[in-house]
Structures are given as C-alpha cells and as structure tokens.
Design a protein around this ligand. Structure first.
Ligand SMILES: [Zn+2]
Ligand SMILES: [Zn+2]
Length: 190
C-alpha cells in the first residue's frame, strides 16, 4: 500500500514538473538579475523542456580579463529531478573564464524544492554572487577596486589581450615620475 502511494506521489510530481517547465518555456529570455559587473539572462529556447541555459555576460566595468566575455551555462534536469541534481555544462567559446565555476556549482547545497524555476533562480543568484567577487577590476597602480562610478576617470590599455585599467590620476602621477606613457604590463602606448 505504501509503495502504491509513493508511485502516485511521483506521478503527481512529474505532472507538476511538466506544467512548470512548460510555463518556464513560455517566458523565454528573462533577464534575471545583474550587477554593475555581471548580468545573467535566462535562455529558455532550448529544444527540450528539461534543458535550460543561463547566459552570463561581463560588462565594461568588469575585470579586464573578463570584459566583453560571455559564458553559457546549460543545466539539464534528469528524469529523477529533484532527487538528482541537474547536469551542468559550461561553455565560454574557448575562453578561459570559467574560474572553477564548475566545481563551485557542483558543491552548491542540495535542492530544497522540486520547482525548477526556483532552482534556476537559486543557481543564477549563486553564479552572480560567485562572479561579483571575481569580476571587480582594480587599478594596476594603486590596486584599489574600480567601481562603476570611478569608471569615467580611468584609462584602459588598448591591447586587446591586456586591457589593464588605471585611474587617470594614478596613471598621470606615474608618468610624472618619469615613466613612459605606456601600459605597465604590456608596454602598449596609452
Ligand atoms: Zn589607482
Ligand atoms: Zn597593457
């Protein structure tokens, strides 16, 4: 008898899950949340209702290494969801921006709820939190963080492989000490 009830319960959850996934699918391309450094978009135009994608984009205020880069995180819900965690695949167009995100996501606490929408939000918020710590740039000279408010008073190295950021004041005082007007790291003229 117990067993029978379990099966019914499972069926019920599957039905609710299917409905929930269909509803998610209908609300595609939702910008979930953002910060001045990172924004995350939920892409729901995947071929299967059990798949969803998060697109993580780094703004011009972010760390030079991450600036302009995009990461796509694909989550696939297994049949046994939520008893089993979603499978996570990260692609970054060959760019090394994952910064151990895979490990971090693997170690997130287990699901408290079967609702995939809520799970998606939890994952996305965790990712935002993760990158907020990494994406904040610092001035190469004074090593202080550069906020969005500072940004208009910065200079950026034009070498696309470097893109180092400097406070204008820090850079000017560096020059006034007799150094040449070039990036400290890569020697590109600024
Ligand atoms: Zn500075
Ligand atoms: Zn440079």
């Amino acid at each position: 008898m117990e067993k029978r009830r379990d099966i019914d319960k499972d069926k019920n959850i599957s039905k609710r899950l299917a409905e929930e996934l269909q509803r998610m699918k209908e609300n595609s391309h939702v910008l979930l949340s953002g910060s001045e450094y990172v924004s995350i978009r939920i892409l729901r135009d995947t071929p299967s209702l059990r798949e969803y994608k998060l697109m993580v984009a780094f703004s011009r205020y972010s760390k030079p290494r991450l600036y302009g880069k995009v990461l796509v995180i694909k989550l696939t819900l297994p049949e046994e969801f939520p008893k089993m965690k979603p499978r996570i695949e990260i692609s970054s167009g060959g760019e090394d921006v994952d910064l151990n995100l895979g490990n971090y996501l693997e170690n997130l606490p287990p699901l408290r709820n079967w609702n995939p929408d809520r799970h998606l939000f939890e994952v996305a918020l965790s990712i935002l939190e993760f990158f907020n710590n990494f994406a904040v740039p610092a001035c190469v000279i004074c090593l202080n963080k550069i906020t969005a408010q500072d940004y208009e008073n910065t200079v950026r190295c034009r070498n696309p492989r470097c893109l180092s950021l400097y406070h204008k004041n820090c850079f000017e005082s560096w020059i006034s000490r007799g150094y040449k007007r070039a990036c400290v790291f890569c020697d590109t003229p600024i």
